[in-house]
Design a binder for this molecule. Structure first.
Ligand SMILES: Nc1ncnc2c1ncn2[C@@H]1O[C@H](COP(=O)(O)OP(=O)(O)OP(=O)(O)O)[C@@H](O)[C@H]1O
Ligand SMILES: [Mg+2]
Length: 313
């Protein structure tokens, strides 16, 4: 035993013989705490926990109840709402490897995008467990129309063929994300291909509060009027809130070091002796005022329509 030294061991559910395939696919085991680190979003988390995590993590129990575990889901919603974050969090929660498929990278493959996609999924089939993530899936599964047919139609067709084979193997989940769900091919979304089509929307009050609590340094959070920030960030996405929080911190740091007229401004006093206050409510409000929200009212309204028309939970 050594003082202040701890030994941790973590077993990960990956077999030795899978490591080759996993490496080839650029797959990895994610940190364990990603699920807990998703701040707020209680409704979405609860839904994902019940519909996805429960039957996948408790496969035997699910089987006793006649529940067929989900194999493929679509997450949709405006930019920056946490779709990618959730996909990773699900993998982390299940402790399954996370494999992201990048259609844009596969496109340069000599076999062509469709061929490369087929090959990638054959490699994925060698893994015992995994969460497969395809971001911006509308790029390869958009509405098949037009004369002459777009070269991507072959790719969409390939993906439509890949999914049933993928569904036959247990221990895996395909997560596709899009912020333009109405552009997806209707055959792509039909029942039997995707178990759920889940909206991930803008954070409500509670979620914004949880995010602010997360992003404001613990040393100052008690002095900041979080309620006010929550109110002023209605319509902000998690990405917008994160950006506003970071710029408030940066400004406050610069202000403390360079313009406070205090110890540090003389230039020859070490920075760490500068007045240590941390960002205050004003800094946050200023940063919020200067942050342009990503999701316009119009996009938000379209999203609500999409939930009605295409959502399936
Ligand atoms: N619930 C949350 N708690 C804390 N941070 C979050 C949360 N959701 C998202 N974020 C942060 O917001 C940023 C955007 O999230 P993410 O990339 O998951 O959004 P997205 O929906 O995938 O966006 P896009 O549609 O542009 O791909 C990330 O930096 C992420 O860490
Ligand atoms: Mg994303």
């Amino acid at each position: 035993m050594k003082k202040n030294l701890r030994y941790f061991e973590r077993t990960i559910p990956v077999q030795r013989q899978e490591l080759g395939a996993l490496g080839q696919l650029g797959g990895r085991i994610l940190a364990r705490d990603l699920w807990e680190n998703v701040a707020g979003m209680r409704k979405e988390k609860e839904l994902l926990e019940r519909r996805l995590v429960l039957p996948l993590a408790e496969a035997d129990l699910a089987d006793e109840y006649g529940v067929v575990p989900p194999r493929a889901v679509v997450l949709f919603g405006p930019p920056g709402t946490g779709k990618t974050t959730f996909a990773k969090a699900i993998a982390s929660r299940l402790e399954w490897p996370f494999v992201e498929v990048f259609p844009s990278r596969l496109a340069s493959d000599p076999k062509g995008l469709a061929g490369a996609l087929r090959e990638t999924f054959l490699e994925i089939a060698e893994l015992e467990h995994c969460v497969v993530f395809i971001d911006e899936v509308e790029e390869i599964a958009s509405q098949r129309s037009g004369e002459p047919p777009s070269p991507l139609q072959g790719v969409t067709n390939e993906l439509l063929k890949i999914i049933p084979a993928f569904r036959e193997q247990p221990g895996r989940l395909l997560v596709c994300a899009t912020n333009f769900i109405r552009a997806l091919d209707s055959a792509f979304l039909r029942h039997g291909r995707f178990d759920y089509v889940i909206p991930i929307g803008l954070p409500d009050r509670q979620a914004r509060e949880a995010m602010w609590q997360r992003f404001i340094p613990a040393t100052v959070v008690d002095d900041v009027d979080v309620e006010l920030l929550v109110e002023r960030t209605e319509g902000f996405s998690p990405a917008d809130i994160e950006y506003a929080a970071r710029s408030a911190s940066q400004r406050a740091l610069e202000k403390a070091v360079y313009d406070d007229g205090g110890a540090a401004s003389g230039g020859n006093v070490p920075v760490r002796e500068a007045v240590r206050k941390g960002p205050c409510t004003e800094d946050y409000l200023d940063a919020i005022g200067d942050t342009r929200t990503t999701v316009s009212q119009e996009v938000h309204e379209q999203f609500l329509e999409d939930i009605d028309a295409l959502g399936r939970v």
